[in-house]
Design a protein around this ligand. Structure first.
Ligand SMILES: [Zn+2]
Length: 185
């Protein structure tokens, strides 16, 4: 996939050699098309030994059960994005405990996905009837007979059988780093 026009000023892009790599760049301003990337976040919310799942009401994956999640926003910290997504999709209030899994998918749009273990806080699962049309807490046994997305099955294994501490939010970094979301071992 090649960029044709500058995202900043609309000028047709030129191909430029930048440190040995050919990249699309704007001859009229400083814009360089470094690549196409996207990032998603997902939630593993457990309550009484069951995992919070939603049934997708939209493509891709319509009709499939997944864990709640979504794409990150430009100016929002990812741990706030995932708490908001869980609340919007399911009515469940949950707070981030740690980062427990990560998926890398280098394609035409290079996607990364970060999965958070989250603590259940309050609420009963109610679907938003827009992005998802069903929501609930399910056991591994119940998931056997459900149309669960393969990647969600992998994440469910992490939720039940993951070992190690994961990355926790660093709310008191040893060096002041304002404006960063920091996760560490
Ligand atoms: Zn430009």
């Amino acid at each position: 996939m090649e960029a044709n026009y500058c995202m900043t000023c609309g000028t047709p892009l030129e191909t430029r050699d930048m440190d040995g790599t050919l990249r699309r760049a704007c001859p009229a301003c400083s814009f360089v098309h470094w690549g196409s990337y996207s990032a998603g976040v997902g939630a593993l919310v457990m309550r009484e030994g069951k995992l919070l799942l939603v049934r997708r009401a939209q493509e891709p994956g319509k009709g499939r059960w997944t864990n709640p999640g979504g794409f990150i926003e430009q100016l929002e910290l990812i741990h706030e994005t995932i708490a908001r997504e869980v609340l919007e999709e399911t009515g469940i209030e949950a707070s981030v405990k740690k980062v427990v899994a990560f998926r890398d998918m280098p394609k035409s749009i290079h996607n990364i996905y970060i999965a958070f273990a989250m603590d259940y806080v309050s609420g009963e699962p109610v679907p938003d009837d827009h992005e998802v049309d069903a929501a609930g807490f399910y056991s591994l046994e119940e998931m056997e007979t459900m149309n669960v997305a393969p990647f969600t099955r992998w994440l469910a294994d992490v939720a039940w059988n993951g070992r190690g501490g994961g990355l926790v939010i660093d709310t008191d970094p040893v060096i002041p780093l304002d404006g960063y979301g920091l996760f560490r071992v």
